[in-house]
Design a protein around this ligand. Structure first.
Ligand code: ZN
Length: 153
């Protein structure tokens, strides 16, 4: 896997931190796709880089005029697409919807999907995969406030 040129990974006993640079540089990543051997430009999967155990996340950027070159579905995982910059379209089971910075799209595993950039700037987005139906606790139901006050120095 090729990461961004200036990416930095920091590992701590109970956390990992990735510094992947500014959003305008995300489109320079080139990642080989294991299924096809093709190179997927502008896509960086970070599960292995950060040691994630419950989700796969990709940092993604499609340049102006670009498109994902295939439709796909998933076996078990639902996906959440979070669009950070730009304008584009998603095709969901043949239905085309417009997306732009601030759009968030949840997709069931079986849905046939594709997406493309229809704007003049990079379409920067994050894709989160997690097993559909697996979430047992959420929001404040899983968080536990500790007894100490936050101390920063
Ligand atoms: Zn997918």
């Amino acid at each position: 896997m090729t990461t961004l040129d200036n990416s930095i990974i920091q590992n701590f006993p109970n956390a990992s931190v990735g510094h992947f640079g500014s959003l305008e540089n995300w489109s320079t990543t080139r990642v080989p796709l294991s299924q096809t051997g093709d190179v997927f430009p502008g896509k960086l999967w970070i599960k292995d880089l950060l040691g994630l155990t419950g989700t796969e996340v990709s940092l993604s950027s499609i340049p102006a005029g670009g498109s994902v070159p295939y439709d796909h579905t998933h076996d078990q995982n639902e996906e959440l697409y979070i669009f950070l910059t730009g304008e584009g379209q998603m095709k969901l089971d043949g239905e085309i919807i417009d997306v732009k910075a601030g759009s968030v799209v949840r997709v069931d595993p079986v849905a046939v999907r594709c997406w493309r950039n229809t704007g003049e700037t990079d379409l920067v987005h994050i894709v989160i995969q997690s097993k559909a139906g697996s979430l047992a606790q959420w929001t404040a139901g899983d968080g536990m406030i500790t007894s100490n006050e936050p101390i920063w120095d």
